[in-house]
Ligand binder design. Sequence first.
Ligand SMILES: [Zn+2]
Length: 244
Amino acid sequence: MSEHVTKHYPNAVSFDHFFSMIDDQLRGAGFSPAHAVIGIKQCRDDCNYTLRQYIFERYGTPGYFSLEVLAGLPSPGKTAYAALAHHLKDAAGQGPLILLDFAHIGFDPTGTLGKVARHGRKNPGANCGALVGYVHAMMKESYTIDDAFPADKDPEMNKLARLLEPYEQDIKTAGTKSFEEALKAATIKAWEISRKIQLGDILSVKGELHGHPVILAGGIHVNTSPPEQEDLIVPFGEIVLLHE
Ligand SMILES: [Zn+2]
C-alpha cells in the first residue's frame, strides 16, 4: 500500500478486506451473501469502475442497483430506493440488501491528494472532480450557490452545495493549511451527510422491504494511479445491520 495513501488514511483497506467484513456480518446473522441485492451510492465518475467491477465479480449477476450522483452526495430520491426495495428476492429468508455509500478521493502518481491519472489523459485530473470544483468555487469571495451552480442547469451540484452550506466555514478553516486539507474535510462531511440521508431514504421505504435485512456500509473509495495496482477503501462508520 502506498505511503502517500497511508499518510492521509492509515486505516485504508483492500476491497477484499472491506467486503469480507460485510459478508462475515451477514453470515453471522444467518444470511447468505449469495442472495444479496446491492445498492451503491457513489460518484458517477468513471474512475469508480473499479468498485463496480469488483461487485460484479464478487456478487455475480445482476451486479448492483445504481444510486449514483455527483460526489455520491445528493440523494437520487425516494423512488430510487423504492425501486431497489422492489428488486429484493421474493423468497422468505432471502435478501438481504447491501446498501453501500461511498465518497471518493484520488491520488496522482506523485502522491498528490485530489488528483488521479486517467486513462488516455496526459496530466492528472481532479478527483473527486465534483468536490474539487465545489471547494474551489466556495472558497472564492464572490461565491453564491446559485451563481456557481444554478439549480436549473446544474441540479446535482446545486443540491450538493446546499447540503454542505452549513459546513463552509469548517472547510475554509481546514483550507488555511492546504487545499488538500480543505478537500479532505469536504469529503468526510459529504460522506457523513450522505450516510444520514441514505438511512432516512431506506427507512422511508421500510414497508416495501418485506422484512428483508439491510446492511449499511461505506466510507471513502481511494482511487489510486499507476504504478499503484489497486484502489482501497477507508471504512467509515459501523457496518450496521438493520433487521426487524
Ligand atoms: Zn467524483
